[in-house]
Design a protein around this ligand. Structure first.
Ligand code: MG
Length: 248
């Protein structure tokens, strides 16, 4: 069952999404050599709580922090800790905020100091693949149209999409129907209707698509140890086209 929201519900949801987007922006601005991932997490928690919202991820499935912070070959679900960010690192931050009954979910990968040309190209391609997917989030299209657009863009550039983790519906629950894979076939999957809200989130690897979850049960890394990037927006399908809700 895919929830469809009316304009009042979408307006409430946008407020949660804006908090989530501002938290991500603040944390991104704080990414620099010398900062720890725990400090970035504190910035996020402090901001979200200052807005009367709750960090969606804190305690979700037992997750011990407010944000997932994933450095270099860590794809997603990195646990903030004492790790010190170094120049040349890429830092993926995934943040959700829960406000007035709705969740907003977004992620981006940030550069710490100067990063390699190859890393920069991976970030640019991953961000762009997200927008390729969003452009297909049009009423009447199907989920597979989003999936295929992301996959084609990524693979054309010689990168791979992670298959083990996917995007999702988001609303009163952080994760709800439908699944939004970053790979698929145009014209397949559930049909998109105005009022559906989706978290589209390409996870793009420089090497093989395979990932492994470490013993902590969360930290997900590339099997070949190569870099991975992650960009995510919460969007609404509307009769006038896709609207990005997670805009600061
Ligand atoms: Mg998500």
């Amino acid at each position: 069952m895919i929830a469809v929201k009316n304009s009042r519900e979408l307006a409430l949801m946008r407020e949660a999404c804006v908090v989530s987007a501002r938290a991500l922006k603040l944390a991104g601005e704080a990414v620099e050599p010398g900062v720890t991932t725990a400090e970035l997490d504190r910035i996020i928690r402090k901001y979200i709580e200052s807005q009367g919202a709750k960090p969606s991820f804190l305690g979700y499935g037992g997750f011990p922090a407010s944000a997932c912070i994933s450095v270099n070959e860590t794809v997603i679900h990195g646990i903030p800790d004492k790790r010190v960010i170094k120049a040349g690192d890429i830092v993926s931050i995934d943040v959700g905020a829960h406000l007035s009954g709705y969740h907003g979910d977004n992620a981006a990968t940030f550069a710490a100091g100067d990063i390699s040309k190859e890393a920069r190209a991976l970030l640019d391609a991953t961000r762009e693949s997200l927008y390729e997917g969003i452009a297909m989030a049009v009423a009447g299209n199907r989920i597979g149209d989003i999936s295929a657009a992301v996959q084609q863009y990524v693979e054309m550039r010689g990168y791979s999409v992670v298959r083990q983790f996917v995007g999702h519906g988001v609303g009163t629950n952080l994760h709800e129907d439908p699944s939004v894979p970053n790979f698929g076939t145009p014209g397949r999957g559930p049909r998109l209707l105005p009022g559906m809200t989706l978290a589209i989130e390409p996870m793009v690897n420089m090497g093989v698509p395979d990932v492994d979850v470490l013993k902590d049960g969360w930290t997900t890394v590339t099997r070949d140890g190569k870099l991975s990037a992650h960009f995510e927006h919460t969007i609404a399908v509307t009769k006038d086209g896709p609207v990005v809700l997670t805009m600061p």
